[in-house]
Design a protein around this ligand. Structure first.
Ligand code: AMP
Length: 140
């Protein structure tokens, strides 16, 4: 798993991009619809930041900002750490471990082509198990 290439682990379907002028409320709706925890913030197709559910809690709600009027460009993390598709997935895991975040955008020529997350490290069966457990808990 750790020595696999990023491109074979990354979740292309979980690629969610939006411009900095997107409101936090809209970004949250897109995240919910796509069932992802991070938005890659792009300007003219190039990655300029990352905005995650953690930022919604810490930088928006805890700070008393209004999700309807705050733009993700104001509360994102600019210039995030990234990996390239041909790198080893273990490098992405190390970045997450060393820096305390759970997402790493996958970038090719400056453009985001996918994303890996700490959940990508779970093998597919385990991931399915976690998703199913969460689904059942949300139905309670
Ligand atoms: P997360 O654990 O991924 O939800 O993110 C925790 C914090 O780290 C948030 O403030 C994110 O904006 C930031 N963050 C997430 N991924 C990255 C990354 N690849 N590079 C830099 N910061 C990040």
């Amino acid at each position: 798993m750790y020595s696999m290439r990023v491109k074979s682990v990354m979740e292309r379907g979980k690629r969610l991009v939006a411009p900095p002028g997107t409101t936090v409320a809209k970004a949250a709706r897109l995240m919910a619809k796509k069932n992802v925890g991070a938005v890659m913030v792009v300007e003219e197709k190039r990655l300029v930041g990352i905005f995650t559910e953690r930022d919604i809690v810490v930088r928006v709600i805890a700070e008393g900002r209004d999700a309807a009027t705050t733009h993700i460009g104001e509360v994102m993390t600019a210039n995030p750490f990234t990996v390239e598709p041909n790198e080893i997935f273990g490098r992405a895991l190390l970045l997450m471990h060393d820096n305390g975040f759970r997402h790493v955008p996958v970038v090719e020529n400056g453009e985001p082509v996918g994303i890996v997350s700490s959940r990508s490290a779970l093998d597919p069966e385990m991931e399915e198990f976690v998703a199913e457990t969460q689904r059942r808990l949300s139905l309670r």
